[in-house]
Design a protein around this ligand. Structure first.
Ligand SMILES: Cc1ncc(C[n+]2csc(CCOP(=O)(O)OP(=O)(O)O)c2C)c(N)n1
Length: 551
């Protein structure tokens, strides 16, 4: 039986969980763990802000299905995680965060960089625990992974007092015992759902974030191949519909109720939600008269709202329930209400196609999308930050692979895009990756560029420059007919990139866009592309928005 320190047991437990990468920043209370990592264990990616470390761990978790791991020191190291972990938990991204604390003897005194870690992290995590004995470290690690990766995925937090990390223990390392599996719902409920679908004249599927978990996407596609139905998706469900199923797709919905998909939802006589969380698109917005019958298919029971009271729930494995449902439905060549579906699709496609002919010194968002589509393929990862650019991309850029068009939707946290792009490039170094932010969100996390240069990240980050927090401005104009405190100063993106040892480009007019994007994609390492954006049509995006919705 070997004796080891708490820090060694922690690292050995992470190895047993199969962790290959940790995102972290050191400090005195956690330095024993960093010291062990010098000899063995996962590769540590040294970050320049804990929030970015958490963002990176979260997208690592979303893309792999296994928790991303973040390791930080006590006090401000832990508190800087809060926004990252809140975002991860809301977006269903698995993360195990580990933060140090002061020694147990100092815990309830005022002591340097001490705080109540659990109280601080509990509201932003699925579980937050402090370890009081080195003997429990491996148990806590294993349980934290289980909680984080079970549905709805999210962040867990482990607080480790400095002296617990130094304590010697002989307890063995726990290895994950088996894959957690969920089963199929009662057959009587599956039959009821099949009957309801067959009786409905205008059934509509609303996909949510867990529809884009790859095995769920596969089950959805197979169901739609046999029995096609009209579908809309939340932003996180991007990529669920493959190219050959496009006839079913009426676009994405969310944020403001003014999309072709919203018309479809309004007209539906049955809405089937799959892997949907109400945080993604408030049912108060899309079901405001509370009248549409809803079927809820998810791993988790529905969160009941007045506007979200499903008649039937199929709980358990989404994929297995959809396979069982598929067996109960007849094969069909056509979609119910096909003519109308095609009409709504055409509205969307015409808007997208109009981008081709919009030229000028500034780049129109639809022109950007038009050119982008020529530079990428279905395997490219496209990553969006938050702002008006996010509305353009989420509505008008189609994606045909799950988890290849990535958003923060439930929290809409500014600054996620570039850290997500870096983590994606570390995970898939040979893939084409492009991220987009506004000039506001860019500076929320722009220091990640140093990590990217050091770690040889390879991605193109575009900054849509308009000198304002435009998405807020548009809502102010809509509500108060004037703007308030949304304009800010200019930065030189090329010089910024070069000062980090990265490459920067300026696009001076629409004619230069394609060539510049191609040059950026052909440049090794992280590149920043400054794009003066034509936001003259933004008011339209918000036109029929619900004024009560403030973001
Ligand atoms: C951390 C955080 N702070 C504030 C907000 C509120 N907010 C949403 S969009 C936005 C403006 C984004 O501006 P920019 O990044 O320039 O993008 P644009 O809207 O101009 O495309 C702000 C401040 C937020 N979502 N997240």
């Amino acid at each position: 039986m070997s004796t080891r320190s708490g820090a060694e047991l922690l690292v050995d437990s992470l190895i047993a969980q199969g962790v290959e990468v940790i995102f972290g920043i050191p400090g005195a209370k956690i330095d024993t763990v960093f010291d062990v990592l010098q000899d063995r264990g996962p590769r540590l990616i040294l970050c320049r802000h804990e929030q970015n470390a958490a963002f990176m761990a979260a997208i690592y978790g979303r893309l792999t299905g296994k928790p991303g791991v973040v390791l930080v020191t006590s006090g401000p190291g832990v508190s800087n995680l809060a926004t990252g972990l809140l975002t991860a938990t809301t977006e269903g991204d698995p993360v195990v965060a580990i933060g140090a604390n002061v020694p147990r003897s100092m815990r309830y005194k005022q002591s340097h960089q001490g705080t109540d870690n659990v109280a601080l992290m509990a509201p932003v995590c699925k579980q937050a625990v402090e370890v009081f004995s080195a003997q429990n470290i491996s148990e806590v690690v294993d349980n934290s992974f289980r909680v984080s990766e079970s549905s709805r995925r999210g962040a867990t937090f482990i607080s480790l007092p400095q002296d617990v990390l130094l304590e010697k223990t002989e307890v063995p390392v726990i290895k994950p015992c088996h894959e957690m599996a969920y089963g199929v719902a009662p057959m009587s409920n599956i039959q009821k759902v099949a009957d309801a679908i067959m009786q409905a004249k205008q059934p509509v599927i609303l996909f949510g974030l867990d529809a884009s978990i790859p095995q769920n996407t596969a089950a959805i596609r197979s169901l739609l191949n046999k029995h096609p139905m009209a579908c809309v998706g939340t932003y996180q469900a991007a990529g669920v519909i493959s190219r050959d199923l496009l006839k079913c797709f009426v676009g994405r919905v969310g944020l403001f109720k003014n999309q072709p998909g919203d018309i479809l939802l309004d007209e539906a006589d049955l809405i089937i939600t799959i892997g949907y969380g109400t945080v993604e698109y408030d049912p108060e917005t899309w079901n405001n008269n509370n009248q549409r019958p809803i079927i809820h298919i998810d791993a988790l029971p529905a969160k009941i709202h007045t506007a979200y009271q499903p008649q039937i729930e199929l709980l358990g494995s989404v994929a297995e329930n959809l396979s069982a449902l598929s067996e109960k439905l007849p094969s069909s060549e056509t979609i119910a209400n096909q003519g109308h579906i095609e009409q709504l699709q055409n509205t969307l496609l015409e808007a997208i196609e109009s981008g081709e002919s919009i030229s000028g010194d500034k780049i129109h968002p639809l022109y950007f999308i038009h050119v982008l589509k020529q530079c990428i393929d279905d395997e490219t990862f496209v990553i969006s930050d938050i702002g008006t650019h996010y509305m353009w991309l989420s509505r008008y850029l189609f994606s045909y692979q799950p988890h290849h068009l990535l958003f923060s939707n439930g929290q809409q946290t500014l600054g996620v895009a570039q850290p997500w792009a870096l983590a994606t490039s570390l995970l898939y170094p040979d893939k084409q990756i492009i991220s987009v932010s506004g000039d506001g969100g860019f500076l929320f996390s722009a220091q990640v560029l140093e990590t990217a240069v050091r770690e040889k990240g390879n991605y193109v980050h575009c900054i849509w420059t308009d000198g304002s927090y435009d998405m807020v401005k548009q809502q102010q104009l809509m509500k108060y007919h004037r703007e308030s405190h949304v304009e800010f100063g200019h930065i030189d993106v090329v010089k910024y990139a070069e000062s980090f040892g990265a490459t920067g480009f300026n696009v001076n007019n629409s004619n230069e866009l394609k060539q510049t994007l191609e040059q950026a994609f052909n440049t090794q390492g992280p590149t920043l592309v400054n794009i003066p954006i034509d936001y003259s049509h933004n008011a339209k995006l918000f036109k029929t928005a619900n004024e009560d919705v403030g973001h």
